[in-house]
Each structure stands twice: as structure tokens, then as C-alpha cells.
Design a protein around this ligand. Structure first.
Ligand code: NAD
Length: 484
């Protein structure tokens, strides 16, 4: 099978922060892959814009080096790379000054999609938006792409929304949460709304609880001072995990349309109950395995920032009342594994009273590694030993199910950038969604700050702090094993 590549309109894409880490690791290699796939029209151009004093050729050399480093060898085709580099230019620009803007204006063409990727610190968003307007570089059809973090609380997110809204309409603003660009995350919607199978059972009557896990093995070493100002709640829960929760919990939208989908997600966020202190466990990884612990990496011995958080979240609506969502995410954990597990309730009456071995049905959606789905089912244990039950997986790995096509699946950034060019906002967060997420998050953070709660230490390579186990045990449940 060969994946379908739907061409997009010709575009001029300006990447502010084109020399930065994100541009080098994700945006530019991603654009190259789309070019290689034949999705980037011949006349499209990419313009790097950053403070560095580079020529076009200097920037092309940097892009070539980024492709070398971040694109696997089998996808590095010298002819394609040369063709891709021809489409690249550079403008030395200062977001807070006036140098370079007139040159950028001179480079922009009429009758192509104009997109501006703000891959810079959020403190520069306002300056760039303003200058795009003053120098008449952006028009009413232009799109801007902004990166996370979108604020660090409700007040700062509102301020950022306000700054952008001065010069751009909501329909022009694409707030990236790269989780939404992941294939499996979009598959959550397909699985729920393109199959009749699950939806009738998708409610508290039949679902006991949901677990969402995003476990990482990496530490914060090297960016600890920066991370220490955010922590797992701001860095992962408020955005990525909230999006996963929304896709699981939302009502069916009337159509797969940006605002219809985002309206439904917003309703979920607004229905989240405040989280009780006893339903939150925060942790910091300890030193071990020859590496320092969180406090060494953050260079802050008195740090109370969490590198792990586990929490029980309740949704106050008809569908979910009584079905808790347990979320956990952390650094330096046993394995790099992200999954959503939906555990169903017992059948109302068991006819197999005497048959041992019964376990709940669990639907597991694996985001990484080995993206796929797994439905744990009960069957009869084979053999002559009478009626004994056993649990077996109906296991689907997308790589196996899709064969070669799975290899061509664009990574999250590639897909999202192409959606910007297409003008499709479905997989981007709307301003009110982000604000609602902060409105729920703020009191939780304020609560533990006011109480002076200190995170509990956990061993590197473990599943998190001891108290996190208790969070489930006291409800008669247990976390799933974290497996890479
Ligand atoms: P970086 O520090 O590596 O790069 C910053 C870029 O901004 C550089 O190209 C620099 O030249 C440019 N810049 C800085 N000041 C400027 C100015 N006054 N005028 C013009 N250009 C200026 O940062 P990064 O890691 O690439 O991150 C960029 C954005 O993406 C940030 O908002 C960050 O939070 C977000 N982000 C990054 C990652 C990542 O993996 N790196 C992941 C998620 C989000």
C-alpha cells in the first residue's frame, strides 16, 4: 500500500527562530520529508528568520546539517535534498528591532498561502505579531503558528491570547500541541466515532475507570533550571494529557469540523471537577545509576517542583459521573511508554461462578512505543480442564496492520504544518480551550503551593513514588505496569 499524499497549495512559510533547536530537530526535517513525499508544491518556499547573521547559503548549510542529523539515512536522497534547499532563504531579523523586516516584506509573494511559524520564546510573540502587521507582511489570510508553552497560568495565557488577537483573528491562529498530530491520537477519534462497537459502552455504566500514562526515561539534565519553573503539571498535564483526556471523554461532535470538535473538548474541560489534595501525588526522581537526582539537575536543592505527577480526576457530567480518570506522567521512569487504558466493568451477572481466571476487559491504546490497540478479552482456557477462563489480547500493532504505509506516516510536526497550509484548525487548540485548561490547573497548583507540599522522592527506573500506588489501591484498583 502506498499512502495517499494530498497536495497542498503553494506557500511561503516563514520560520521565526529558524536556527533554533525546534526548527533544526523537527520543523525543517519534517518539511524535507513532506517535500520528499511530493506534498510540497514546486513553487513553495521556506524562509528562515532569526537573529543570526547568515546568508541564504549559510542557512541552507545549517538545514542540510539538520537533515543529516535528524532524518534517517534511508530517507536522505541527495537529489531531493538539493531540490529542497533551493526553496530555502534566510532573513536576519530582530523580533524586537526594525532590522530585516523590509527585506522580509520584499520576499513575500502574492497569491500563495502565507504562514508564519513563531518558533521563538513566547515573550517575543507580541513583537513579531505587531511587526508583521506594521510592515504589512501578514494579510487577512495569513496564518500564524505558535508553540507551547502557551502561558504558565490563566493570566499569562489570557495576556498572550490578547496580544495575538490584536493583529490576528482566531481563525488565523494555530496553537500547536504536537500530541494532537500523533497518528494514534487522531485514531482515538476514528476508533470512537467510526465504529459502532465502543460508543454504546462508552460511559460510566460500563467503564470502571480510565488510566492515562505518559512515562519518560529521560531526566531534565541540561534544562533543569528551565524545567524547575514549570514541572510536570504545567509541562504535560495542562496540555498533552488534557488533550488525551478530552478525546476519550468528549461527546461525538456533529461533524469532523474544527469548531465542532473543539466545542466538545471545551465542554469536557469545563466539566472537570477541582482535584482534592488527597487525589494528587507529586514526586521528584532521586539520584541513582550514576546520575544526579532532580534537585541536582534543577540546581535547586530546595526545589518543590514535581518531575512526576499522578492524580485522580473526575468529570462532572452524565456520561462520566462515577468513572475516575487516573493520570500519571514522569521523568526518569522505568520505560518510555505512553498509553491510554480503558477498563470495563464486570458483566452484570456471571454464569461462570465456579470458573476461575476472570479479569476485566481492557482497551489499551498505545501511543508509544509500537503504536496500536489491544483489547483484552476473556476466552475459555483451551484443553480438557473444564470451564476455566483466561484473558487474551486482541492485539493490533499499526505497523503490522498497515505494513509499508505505516512507515510513511508523517510525524506529528509534518502533519500539523501541512494542516496549517490547508487551513484546517481541527488539531490545534482554540484560545478558549487553552484558557479553560489553565482555569482548571491554576487552583490545583495554587493549592499545593499554599500548603507547601513537597514532592516525594522516587527511584530512577521505577514507576514513580510509593504514594502513587496508594492513590489506586485505596480505590481497589492498580496502575498498569509501565512497559517499554
Ligand atoms: P532555541 O533557543 O533553540 O531557539 C530560539 C530561536 O529564536 C533562535 O533561532 C534564535 O535566533 C531566535 N531568536 C531569539 N531571540 C530573537 C529575536 N529577538 N529576534 C529574532 N529571533 C530571535 O529555542 P527552541 O528550543 O527552538 O524553542 C522555540 C520555541 O519552541 C519556544 O517557544 C519553545 O518553548 C518551543 N518548544 C520547543 C521545543 C523543543 O523541543 N525545542 C518543544 C516544544 C516547544
Amino acid at each position: 500500500m502506498v499512502s495517499r499524499v494530498i497536495p497542498v497549495d503553494a506557500f511561503d512559510l516563514v520560520i521565526f527562530g529558524g536556527t533554533g533547536d525546534l526548527a533544526r530537530r523537527k520543523i525543517l526535517p519534517g518539511l524535507y520529508r513532506r517535500f520528499l513525499a511530493g506534498q510540497m508544491p514546486e513553487s513553495s518556499r521556506i524562509i528562515g528568520a532569526a537573529r543570526a547573521d547568515l546568508t541564504d547559503q549559510g542557512f541552507r548549510d545549517m538545514v542540510a546539517a539538520a537533515i543529516d542529523e535528524f532524518v534517517p539515512a534511508e530517507r536522505r536522497d541527495p537529489v531531493a535534498i538539493a531540490g529542497f534547499l533551493e526553496r530555502i532563504a534566510f532573513v536576519s531579523i530582530d523580533a524586537v528591532g526594525d532590522g530585516g523586516w523590509a527585506k522580509l516584506k520584499g520576499l513575500m509573494r502574492e497569491n500563495v498561502v502565507r504562514a508564519f511559524y513563531f518558533s521563538v520564546a513566547p515573550s517575543l510573540f507580541g513583537d513579531i505579531a505587531e511587526r508583521l502587521h506594521t510592515y504589512e507582511i501578514a494579510d487577512a489570510w495569513s496564518r500564524i503558528v505558535v508553540e507551547k508553552p502557551f502561558g504558565r497560568d490563566l493570566a499569562s495565557a489570557r495576556a498572550l491570547n490578547g496580544v495575538l488577537a490584536k493583529h490576528f483573528n482566531e481563525t488565523q491562529i494555530y496553537r500547536i500541541d504536537h500530541y494532537l498530530g500523533k497518528e494514534t491520537v487522531q485514531n482515538l477519534m476514528a476508533v470512537r466515532f467510526a465504529n459502532i462497537l465502543f460508543e454504546p459502552l462508552w460511559k460510566s455504566e460500563y467503564i470502571d475507570h480510565v488510566q492515562i500514562t505518559v512515562a519518560e526515561t529521560v531526566s531534565v539534565d541540561g534544562r533543569g533550571a528551565y524545567y524547575d519553573k514549570s514541572g510536570a503539571m504545567r509541562d504535560m498535564v495542562q496540555n498533552h494529557m488534557m488533550q488525551l483526556l478530552c478525546l476519550i471523554a468528549m461527546e461525538p461532535p456533529y461533524h469532523f469540523d474544527p469548531d465542532a470538535v473543539r466545542d466538545e473538548k471545551l465542554k469536557v474541560i469545563r466539566a472537570l471537577e477541582p482535584v482534592k489534595p488527597e487525589d494528587i501525588v507529586r514526586g521528584q526522581y532521586l539520584a541513582g545509576g550514576g546520575e544526579g537526582g532532580y534537585v541536582e539537575h534543577s540546581e535547586n536543592p530546595a526545589s518543590k517542583t514535581e518531575s512526576y505527577i499522578g492524580m485522580k480526576v473526575n468529570i462532572a457530567n452524565w456520561r462520566w459521573k462515577g468513572t475516575p480518570f487516573y493520570l500519571r506522567t514522569g521523568k526518569r521512569m522505568r520505560a518510555r511508554a505512553s498509553e491510554i487504558a480503558i477498563t470495563f466493568k464486570e458483566p452484570p451477572h456471571s454464569i461462570f461462578d465456579d470458573a476461575p481466571g476472570w479479569k476485566e476487559n481492557v482497551l489499551v491504546i498505545r501511543l508509544q512505543p509500537n503504536e496500536g490497540m489491544n483489547l483484552m478479552m476473556m476466552i475459555k482456557e483451551p484443553g480438557p480442564g473444564g470451564m476455566r477462563l483466561m484473558q487474551v489480547p486482541l492485539d493490533m500493532s499499526f505497523a503490522d496492520a498497515l505494513g509499508d504505509e505505516a512507515e510513511d506516516v508523517p510525524d506529528a510536526y509534518e502533519r500539523l504544518i501541512m494542516d496549517v497550509i490547508r487551513g484546517n484548525q481541527t488539531l490545534f487548540m482554540r484560545g478558549d480551550e487553552v484558557e479553560a485548561a489553565w482555569a482548571w490547573t491554576d487552583p490545583i497548583i495554587e493549592g499545593w503551593t499554599a500548603r507547601g507540599d513537597k514532592p516525594q522522592g522516587y527511584d530512577p527506573g521505577s514507576s514513580g513514588p510509593e504514594d502513587a500506588l496508594m492513590l489506586m489501591h485505596r480505590d481497589g484498583r492498580r496502575w498498569r505496569e509501565i512497559k517499554g
